[in-house]
Design a protein around this ligand. Structure first.
Ligand code: NZQ
Ligand code: ZN
Length: 392
């Protein structure tokens, strides 16, 4: 196991009705003037925003609102949010929604106290200050409610890039699984795929002797395999929703990834797809992640065989561990298909002829990137090709 530092300061407030306590928690965490940030309408339609407004008012907290965050959140709304916060002297940002709203809030939070362009933080600069951010989560997926990450798309040129800092870890996250019951099955499945991908990106490592995090990863994956079909069959299943919601947070605070090398190439390769086609991040991952696995598994067949046996329940073929490894990957793809995810370019709405442009935008030139296996541009081209042509 490698040395590590892990800081997860978020207060998680979990369960039925907890959104009605939003005002109390803003007060507890020092907010006096709030930016209430939300998405394209689901939280208004469900009455959630009204309940949050009431809770803020009941606690004497002033607020201004900025709705309209789109999935794959854009820089243009972030600039608007930064201006609004400065004009209104906002000192706290409350995001109501999913990863897109939360990430937009985090970008605004870093941008407000910064003299330069907030995009600098998405091209390598570290922030020195940020407004406090908190969340009321409405979809189990990105894990942004407990992470120090934010992913934003620059409209001009369609660049999707990430920023990371402990300064943007949420102060509190309110998580009521009931709020996720209005999610359409497709969006639920996209979220489940993202959660599983967050674990796999950490599971495939070259670090040895990481039994504790291996086992934590396996627990999250097995929970997702059990619970996802239950919510697809019955969207109002509270207990299954609750298990998935917490799994999504555990998958991405990094508690399942500490002390080990990680590999985020599948996410990087996917981000080019959601930037170009504006598809859901989870759907893009359903196409890319098994393809990445098929490309890299030979690097450590036994680790893939371990996942196949422990997570997917495959029987270990001691004569031919490679067959076991491949069976695990195949079970993953079949599982994704069974919950309604696309498994190749055609099903995703992507085009093979765009592959050179996707690789170009990935932007590694003659270099290599990745932890488990460092990939060249030619390798990434091959992964897109495997993804384009995948079948069950
Ligand atoms: O905008 P509204 O109307 O709210 O609709 C949203 C949106 O269309 C809808 N939705 C959310 N909650 C709902 C609901 N519909 C009905 N009932 C509800 N309760 O779902 C759609 C997707 O929402 P979005 O926030 O985009 O989903 P998700 O949480 O999957 O976030 C995706 C974004 O997060 C980034 C992704 O790249 C993508 O941009 N990621 C962020 C990470 C992070 N910050 O740590 C890590 C991830 O790997 C990921 O890259
Ligand atoms: Zn993700």
């Amino acid at each position: 196991m490698d040395n590590f530092q892990f800081w997860s300061p978020t207060e998680f407030v979990f369960g039925k009705g907890t959104e009605n306590e939003a005002g109390k928690y803003v007060k507890k965490h020092g907010g006096t003037k709030v930016l209430l940030h939300y998405g394209g309408g689901s939280a208004i339609k469900s009455g959630l925003i009204d309940r949050v407004r009431k809770s803020l008012s009941d606690n004497g907290i002033e607020y201004v609102e900025l709705g309209g965050v789109k999935p794959n959140p854009r820089d243009t709304l972030v600039y608007e949010g930064i201006d609004l916060c400065r004009e209104e002297k906002v000192d706290f940002i409350l995001s109501v929604g999913g990863g897109s709203v939360i990430d937009s809030s985090k970008a605004i939070a870093m941008g407000v106290p910064y003299d330069g362009d907030f995009w600098d933080f998405y091209t390598g600069k570290s922030p020195e200050a940020a407004l406090p951010v908190a969340t009321i989560l409405t979809i189990a997926a990105a894990g942004s409610e407990g992470s120090g990450d934010s992913v934003i798309t620059k409209e001009e040129g369609g660049l999707k890039r990430g920023a990371g800092s402990d300064l943007i870890r949420p102060r509190f996250s309110i998580m009521n699984p009931e709020l996720t019951c209005t999610l359409p099955p497709y969006q639920t499945a996209c979220g489940a795929t993202d959660i599983m991908a967050h674990v796999f990106e950490r599971y495939f490592t070259n670090t040895e002797e990481v039994e504790i995090t291996d086992r934590l990863c396996e627990a999250v994956l097995m929970t997702m395999i059990k619970e996802t079909p239950r919510v697809i069959a019955d969207p109002s299943n509270y207990q299954a929703r609750a298990n998935i919601m917490w799994a999504g947070t555990v998958a991405h605070t990094n508690i399942v990834g500490v002390g080990r090398q990680q590999d985020w190439n599948s996410h990087g390769i996917e981000h080019e797809l959601s930037a170009l086609y504006d598809c859901a991040h989870g759907a893009g991952l359903a196409v890319i992640m098994p393809a990445w696995m098929e490309f890299v598994y030979k690097h450590n067949v036994m680790r893939f065989a371990q996942a196949a046996v422990r997570v997917w329940g495959c029987k270990m073929d001691f004569e031919n561990p490679e067959a076991t490894a491949l069976e695990g990957i195949s079970r993953f793809r079949s599982f994704l298909h069974s919950i309604g995810m696309p498994i190749n370019f055609e099903e995703l709405g992507a085009k093979k002829e765009d592959i050179p442009a996707l690789v170009e935008k990935f932007g590694i030139g003659d270099g290599r990137t990745g932890g488990f296996v460092a990939l060249s541009a030619a390798d990434i081209t091959e992964i897109y090709n495997i993804a384009a042509n995948a079948s069950l």
